[in-house]
Design a protein around this ligand. Structure first.
Ligand code: PMP
Length: 322
């Protein structure tokens, strides 16, 4: 779907996947005015297909657009575009289990010209790809690196928007994490480098017995849809679920004294991933016994059962496509 200043959204089309031809002076290549989303379509037990909370993705896409001085795509158009692609690619939705059809809606400046200002033309596209189970051999805890050298987002910055620049700026820290033998980066706040924010592509949860806590939305972390869904699902299962503030010192101390029983990350791609060990320049510890915890696995099962249609959709989160 195209957007042109003065004309709005126009010329929606469904076409076979193919490379785009890009002018060397395309504004996105220079000024990175680009945003994206990620969501999944799951096969349901009766053979139909359904997406999980696409309105939430559409609304976050609008928030990202506002932050990046881009036009807002109406929620209905976002969902309609995803639905049209899924219907076309229905045969590519895996038959069962945790596998899904991953959808990647994105928007970028299509105007040609050099000069730093919001573009006057944009292109919104949705592509899709089958995605297997994230842990085909069973859930495996990840090791994380607490990044003290780099920051992902600052107050007033673009941390809460899903824009490419945030991920580009993350890559060097991801490489640093890998050089320390860690799978993922945990981002800390930009001022004191001690308040826990999120991971590279996932939000974090801390399990204190039957109370689970996730870092509050400070404006510099992404408001994950999985994070938001788990606040509700955890309460449905009888846990106390809340947003709060935690430092790296809290994490290390509460793990050592046994009050912090589990830590997990959550996001569309991996659903829920246990955290097994933590490293930084100054410390190195195993989270709990390093194995996936009971609460983590219970929440993971509850969320996946909902998404794959094996549990009742009591919150009206599933969007059926027939
Ligand atoms: N944080 C970041 C930086 C992400 O890229 C993602 C993935 N979209 C998340 C958190 C998790 O968000 P969601 O649950 O909506 O996938």
């Amino acid at each position: 779907i195209k957007w042109t200043e003065g004309r709005g959204w126009h010329d929606a089309e469904l076409v076979p996947y193919a490379p785009l031809s890009i002018d060397p002076a395309n504004m996105t290549l220079h000024y990175a005015q680009t945003i994206f989303e990620g969501l999944k379509a799951y096969r349901q037990p009766d053979g139909t297909v359904a997406t999980f909370r696409p309105e939430a993705n559409a609304e976050r896409f609008q928030a990202s657009a506002r932050r990046m001085a881009m036009p807002e795509l109406p929620v209905e158009l976002f969902i309609e575009a995803c639905d049209a692609l899924i219907k076309q690619d229905r045969a590519w939705v895996p038959d069962s289990g945790e596998a899904s059809l991953y959808l990647r809606p994105f928007m970028f400046a299509s105007e040609v010209g050099l000069g730093v200002r919001p573009a006057n033309e944009f292109l919104f596209i949705v592509i899709a790809s089958p995605a297997g189970a994230y842990f085909p051999g069973g859930v495996k805890p990840v090791s994380v690196w607490l990044s003290e050298d780099y920051v992902r987002a600052v107050k007033g910055g673009t941390g809460a928007a899903k824009t490419g620049g945030n991920y580009a700026a993350s890559l060097v820290a991801q490489a640093q994490a890998a050089s320390h033998g860690c799978d993922q980066v945990v981002w800390l706040d930009a001022v004191e480098h001690r308040w826990i924010e999120e991971m590279g592509g996932m939000n974090l949860y801390f399990v204190y017995g039957d109370r689970i806590v996730t870092p509050e939305l400070t404006g510099s972390l992404l408001p994950g849809i999985t994070r938001d869904s788990l606040l509700t699902i955890a309460r449905d299962l009888g846990y106390t679920a809340e947003e709060g503030r935690l430092t790296t010192e809290d994490w290390q101390r509460d793990n050592a004294n046994g009050t912090l029983t589990e830590v997990f990350a959550c996001g569309t791609a991996a659903v829920i991933t246990p955290v097994g060990s933590v490293k930084s320049e100054r410390a190195n510890w195993t989270q709990g016994d390093g194995e996936p915890g009971e609460v983590t696995m219970r929440l993971r099962k509850a969320l996946l059962e909902l998404q794959t249609g094996h549990a009742a959709d009591t919150h009206g989160w599933m969007h059926p496509l027939g």
